[in-house]
Design a protein around this ligand. Sequence first.
Ligand code: AHM
Ligand code: MG
Length: 333
Amino acid sequence: MTTAIPEIVTLQGHILSQQARYPEASGTLTWILSALSISAKMIAAQVRRARLNDVLGAVGSDNVQGEQQQKLDVIANEILLRTLGKRHGVAVVASEENEEPVIIRNEREGERKYCVLFDPLDGSSNLDVAGGVGTIFSILREDRRAATPEASLLQPGAQQVAAGYILYGPSTVFTLTIGLGVDMFVLDPAIGAFVRVEEGLRIPAASKSYSVNEGNRLSFPAGYQQYLDWAQRNGYSSRYAGAMVADVHRILLKGGVFLYPPTKKAPAGKLRLMYEANPMAMLVEQAGGQALAAPGQRILDVAPTGIHQRTPVIIGSPDEVAAVVRQLGSSPA
Ligand code: AHM
Ligand code: MG
């Protein structure tokens, strides 16, 4: 009797085999994804030592050795800027942490260039309590016709060539799409490599679970309040990690819906279109889910007007997004 030996595929091997499907590909995107994988390992190592290094809370505190430390989101941002800044093919880098995009000039003749946008450490307040945090990234082709680097970034999410997140939780999980479905990798600390654990991941079509900051309920538009009433009457569970990466990760695997509605304090919602909503929308759609800014408004079709703009988010299993839309549609206002 022969036993089938399971294949071990690393993130690097996976990307190279996907690249091989496009003989005309120059390998530039592969290099960028490899820079993101290195950054993820570096940030994961820092996250694990955050309390020991005293990099929680405000910038300017001393660590246990009496050394000046930077906040971990600043450190994560610098790691990404440093690794991506050295890669050929990266034209512009934009981070939730920087007011202006960073222009990179590593030009090679005739090379196709990309813009990389990221939220270096999403949900960073979870760090103080050893909760899940993550990095979210989005990759666009440089728009050569654009007048300025910022203008080159202002493309709708439907133009993304790749998107993903890294969840720093009990394990470090790298979830990636290059538009050919969604694949998931877990960092094996023993060998220092991300190993594929899910190929062609599909989100469950339905699951009676919603994820929203219910503390804001009274300041949501009436339709969202009506949805929560309906969900509670129908036996739904509430799950909210307070970090979008952790919440969307759970929903990709187990189903449900994640909401960040408009509130009185944040009338356009809190989450950023280009660093959070677009990459998560691409992943969820690639897994068979839906991602809306409002009923009838797909997040990926929103034409951005500024790199830091915000958007409401309704994202998750197709049946659960439809249930939210039904309640929004039947609400008086
Ligand atoms: P951040 O990018 O400043 O960390 O904020 C984004 C985070 C998301 O991860 C999370 O879903 C949301 O903010 C939580 O906000 P709230 O505390 O209002 O529920
Ligand atoms: Mg964020």
